[in-house]
Design a protein around this ligand. Structure first.
Ligand code: ADP
Ligand code: MG
Length: 829
């Protein structure tokens, strides 16, 4: 039977993966062939012959053959990072993920005989463009013809029957995995499910507890019992096997303790000591010991939940349910702490290790396969019924229409089609085919997937041979179009970001904005450059805090004529459903369109770069702290200071691990560094605010006086309006607005003053101070002379001319360039 809907859902997890299918109304997780487990560890091992192994077997080699085994590659999705086995096999995260997907696909084929062609694959809510694209590529490489991505929290919500929850309800999905934590708020509005907000920590999960059990409980005890064991560390190749055994035992004991109060660990032999004697290790692990280790990690996750709620001004009381997802949520302590501290009703009726995969299959069953199957798949001599309908919708009586594709030319008038729903015993009645097409209405029941058998007959009432034989329809579940997980915009010349598409925008979407250029592009001069950097992230004040995903550029050697500064540039950003970003710049003076499809691959940062950046942030932090020392009274200052210290400590910790060779630690370092930068930015804002207000008030007053004295009526009007806006920005404590208004006030002042000769005289004086910066000194000297003469002669036009020419001799601002993305356009108002 050919499938008309995707039906298969896959949770491609960091630690474990699984594949599920919806059978009628219940979800079934297909067990793997290796050991009949529902979960397949997301691990790959290359054996000495170069063969690949996936799952439990690979997981067990991580410790004792670390050069040839790899796990947690999901954390590297969408980066250029690649892993090379000792045998020289090089694979990127998407290749490794493809192996896991292939293995799941093979399991289904082995158990059911079906070759899975299409699947819904879940991704974390925080996956951004490159990570999603890499996931799609992995699926292609694994042989899937068609995939749809679905966010993990949405999948979990669907498994818990979110579709039947009433509108405007919020659920919180708490997902603690092996190494990552995600919290997401989902909501349904007008029948569409969305992730309203999400947050998390890529380095918080169950394995931290395993690690602590080993290093804080077991290893000290081993050292106490066997003082002769020298240098008993995981880095010591002699003890690799021993640490592999400890890891397995610690995880197993921890899992047992989610049910019992005591777990027995017995490893015999653990290893050999220096004189070749076998070492036997026994330990009675108490639940209370493990709880003590786990408590701070759980507390950290609760903190993240609170933040995710607060960011949307939601309180626990606004959340109807908290869904528990991921292995560690089976721990009683975790449930107790969540219950005590958040007080939201917990839901854990569905196995938290497979709930995401199950939810993915619920969704998959509602998603029609995009294309009708290729003709080759329909055996010769059969009719193909190409049905047009939405497999999910709000309508209880959806319309279905279609085309009859005959195996050979035949007159189908008088043929009939009927739809029958076996469960409700509803029949559509026979509908006549007219000119090869038909149209009728179905009748569906709520809260289940409705199955309509197709009965297709010729004009004598004989049943024909045709495909498909049935279609499915479900009332209610609609997932919104794919949405953007982070905003996308353009880095401007002043290092602000103009957001084009905000986080949460449904895709596909195209937005056009008009900018003007701030630099001149001189024909023939390749060093003059117009550059439009496209960035992903939420920071509007500091574009360089966002992630650069690409840039549209044009230089002097590519233009037919000059593009003067101040020229219009129409910028269009388009993001399609598969999240490919295309940026386009149209420059009317050239009548030319520049286009760039963004390469979305993320680079993993180098340790050296991180150290340098961290050094810079530490300096920034120090000078800020020094300036604020007198300000301790203010509670917000004190609090932010503490957060800063903690953030800096976290960076330090990650960098230490990176220096010790932990490959994931550089990514963690980058993340922690960004967190530190954000906190420092916040203090700077607190710190800069009074100075900014002072500056704005001074400039404003000065401008007021000049306007009063020399301004035209329209200048006065403009000033009044600006003055009002500036006051509002101060009242609202909006530094971005205030900065902008300050600039506008400054511009107005310059405009009025530039009509007066004094202005040009002052400008010449100012330039004289900076004349060292000018390269062409002889020319500068000539111009200064000319300028002075013009002043003496009362030749205003001459003076202005000299000053402008001198201005152009000054080098471009090189100062901030390294820091900014060197954008050269500004928004046209
Ligand atoms: P991921 O989403 O990263 O693929 P999972 O949801 O599969 O991760 O969770 C894996 C983690 O759950 C591992 O750290 C494992 O030790 C832990 N785990 C599994 N079962 C239990 C249990 N009963 N109690 C506590 N932790 C568990
Ligand atoms: Mg998971």
């Amino acid at each position: 039977m050919a499938r008309t809907t995707i039906d298969f859902g896959i949770d491609l997890g960091t630690t474990n993966s699984c594949i599920a299918v919806l059978n009628g109304t219940h979800t079934e997780v297909i067990e793997n062939t290796l050991n009949n487990q529902k979960l397949t560890p997301s691990a790959v091992w290359v054996d000495s012959k170069g063969h690949l192994h996936v799952g439990q077997k690979a997981k067990e080699r991580i410790e004792d053959d670390p050069e040839n085994a790899c796990c947690e590659f999901k954390l590297k999705m969408g980066t250029s990072h690649s892993w090379t086995s000792a045998h020289g096999r090089e694979m990127k995260a998407e290749d490794l993920s493809a192996e896991v997907l292939k293995s799941l696909r093979a399991d289904v084929e082995h158990k059911t005989g079906e070759k899975v062609q299409a699947a819904v694959i879940t991704v974390p809510a925080e996956f951004d463009l490159p990570e999603n694209q890499a996931t799609e590529k992995a699926a292609q490489k694994a042989g899937f013809n068609y995939v749809q991505l679905l966010q993990e929290p949405v999948a979990a919500a669907l498994a818990y029957g979110f579709q039947s929850a009433s509108d405007r309800v919020f659920w919180l999905v708490y997902d603690m995995g092996g190494g990552t934590f995600d919290a997401a708020i989902v909501n349904m509005r007008d029948g569409i499910i969305r992730v309203v907000n999400h947050g998390g920590d890529k380095f918080l999960g169950g394995k931290l507890i395993d690690h602590d059990i080993i290093h804080r409980l077991l290893v000290p005890e081993i050292k106490r019992q066997y003082p002769a064991l020298d240098d008993f560390t995981p880095d010591n190749p002699r003890y690799r096997g021993a640490f592999g055994k400890l890891k397995k035992a610690a995880e197993e004991a921890k899992i047992l303790l989610s049910r019992d109060t005591l777990a027995q660990i017995l490893i015999d032999p653990l290893c050999q000591d220096d004189s070749g004697r076998l070492v036997r290790f026994e330990y009675e692990l108490q639940n209370s010991e493990v709880e003590k280790l786990a408590r701070p990690y759980i507390a950290r996750s609760i903190e993240i939940c609170r933040r995710v709620l607060a960011e949307k001004r939601l309180e626990a009381a606004n959340i109807e349910k908290l869904l528990l997802v991921g292995g560690p949520t089976l721990t009683p302590l975790l449930r107790r702490m969540l219950n005590d501290e958040l007080g939201i009703t917990l839901e854990y009726g569905i196995d938290p290790l497979t709930v995401v995969g199950r939810g993915a299959s619920v969704y998959a069953a509602t998603q029609r396969l995009e294309q009708p199957l290729p003709e080759a798949v329909v055996p010769a001599g059969r009719f193909y019924i190409e049905c047009q309908y939405e497999p999910v919708g709000n309508d209880a009586q959806p319309l279905v229409g279609g085309n009859i594709i005959a195996p050979e030319p035949v007159d189908t008038s008088g043929y009939t089609i009927e739809f029958v729903e076996p469960k409700s015993e509803w029949r559509s009645g026979k509908t006549r085919i007219e000119k090869g097409v038909f149209k009728t209405r179905l009748k569906a029941e709520k809260d289940r997937q409705n199955e309509f058998l197709i009965d297709f007959r010729d004009n004598f009432g004989n049943r024909l041979d045709y495909e498909p034989e049935r279609i499915h329809y479900t009332i209610g579940i609609t997932i919104s179009d794919p949405i953007l997980t982070h905003s996308v915009g353009v880095a401007l010349a002043n290092n602000e970001t103009q957001i084009f598409l905000s986080k949460g925008t449904a895709l596909p979407k195209r937005i056009r904005q008009v900018h003007f250029s701030t630099v001149e592009v001189k024909k023939g001069d390749p060093s003059s450059l117009l550059r439009i950097p496209v960035v992903e992230g939420e920071n509007t004040r500091r574009a360089n805090r966002n992630r650069l995903i690409g840039a549209v550029e044009i230089n002097g050697s590519q233009v037919r004529r000059d593009i003067p500064a101040g020229s219009e540039v129409e910028i269009t950003i388009h993001i399609d459903k598969s999240r490919q970003v295309t940026a386009e710049a149209y420059i009317p003076v050239l009548d030319q369109v520049l286009e760039k499809v963004m390469s979305l691959e993320k680079q993993s940062p180098g340790l050296e770069q991180l150290e340098t950046d961290f050094g810079r942030e530490k300096e920034r932090l120090q000078s800020l702290m020094a300036r604020m020392d007198g300000d301790e009274k203010k509670s917000d200052v004190v609090l932010t200071k503490i957060r800063c210290e903690q953030a800096a400590h976290n960076v330090e910790k990650a960098l230490t691990a990176a220096r010790d060779g932990d490959i994931n630690a550089t990514d963690e370092g980058l993340l922690r560094l960004q967190e530190l930068q954000t906190v420092i930015d916040e203090i700077e804002d607190i710190d800069e605010w009074p100075a900014l207000v002072r500056q704005a008030e001074e400039e404003n007053q000065q401008t007021g006086e000049i306007v009063q004295e020399y301004g035209s009526i329209s200048d006065k009007k403009q000033y009044q309006a600006l003055n009002l806006e500036l006051r509002t920005a101060i009242e609202k404590r909006d530094p971005v607005r205030l900065q902008r208004k300050l600039e506008e006030v400054g511009k107005l002042q310059v405009k009025i003053r530039s009509t007066r000769v004094d202005f040009w005289i002052e400008l010449l004086d100012y330039l004289e101070l900076r004349k060292d910066q000018i390269e062409n000194q002889p020319r500068a000297a000539r111009l200064f002379n000319e300028g002075r003469r013009a002043i003496n002669a009362g030749n205003e036009a001459g003076l202005r001319n000299c000053a402008i020419q001198l201005l152009e001799l000054l080098p471009q601002h090189e100062r901030d360039q390294a820091l900014h993305y060197n954008g050269t356009t500004m928004v046209k108002k």
